[in-house]
Design a protein around this ligand. Structure first.
Ligand code: DX5
Ligand code: ZN
Length: 221
């Protein structure tokens, strides 16, 4: 499976509805980067903006919570229309956060930073819907792809296959029509791309090209 999740972080926030409409035919999900100025040194989007996007489109909203205290906001994101939330394994309280997301009936994601070993997610892999492997340091769009993330995806994909887990592997950071192939070959199925889509003069064509490159890599796997 290849699922495309354009990241609106690189879209023009003053024209967000129109930006979303431009990529909608290629957007299986929309990736929404929530940054709290604490877990990462940047501030972005909160529940009111998610609610506005949800009123604008019925596309699944994949909310990536780069926050120290996501537990304080899960209910607000669920009410705003988040389809899933991904919390970072680095912030701890993972079991409680997973339980809360289940109770809120949203998709349950666990995200892992480049410097954190993927094995840190292992205890929860049978309980989550989505493993979000970062291939840049979180906080900003437009950074260079870190190839160190590839073996982490391979490790996760191997475990998913061996144990028959129902788990999507999502990759986030520096994904474009070149780097996507490595990640698709390694076993990722959900691809976040921000600057490679919204920084392109034709965002829809860019998203389509990334999807085609991923599909070709999956077919050759
Ligand atoms: C980075 C965010 C990413 C970001 C990716 O902290 O989590 O989702 O939007 O942007 P690109 O695709 O430009 O690396
Ligand atoms: Zn993200």
């Amino acid at each position: 499976m290849v699922r495309m999740a354009p990241s609106i972080l690189s879209a023009d926030f003053a024209a967000l509805g129109a930006e979303i409409d431009r990529v909608r035919p290629e957007a299986d999900w929309l990736h929404v980067d929530v940054m709290d100025g604490h877990f990462v040194p940047n501030l972005t989007i909160g529940p009111p903006v998610v609610a506005a996007i949800h009123r604008h489109t019925d596309t699944f909203l994949d909310c990536h919570l780069m926050m120290t205290n996501p537990g304080d906001y899960l209910e607000a994101f669920a009410e705003a229309g988040a389809g899933s939330c991904s919390v970072h394994v680095e912030v701890g309280r993972t079991s409680e956060l997973i339980e809360e997301m289940r109770q809120l009936r949203i998709g349950v994601g666990l995200a892992v930073n480049p410097e954190t070993p993927i094995e840190a997610c292992e205890p929860w892999m049978s309980q989550i819907d989505l493993l979000l492997v970062m291939s840049v340091h979180p906080g900003f769009g437009g950074q260079h792809f870190m190839a160190e993330a590839v073996p982490k995806v391979e490790w996760a994909y191997d475990k998913v296959r061996r144990e028959g887990l129902q788990l999507s592997i999502e990759v986030d950071g520096g994904i474009d029509s070149d780097t996507v192939a490595e990640m698709a070959k390694a076993g990722a199925d959900t691809f976040v791309a921000g600057s490679a889509i919204f920084g392109h003069p034709d965002p829809l064509a860019a998203a389509e090209a990334i999807r085609q490159a991923a599909l070709a890599a999956v077919a050759a796997r």
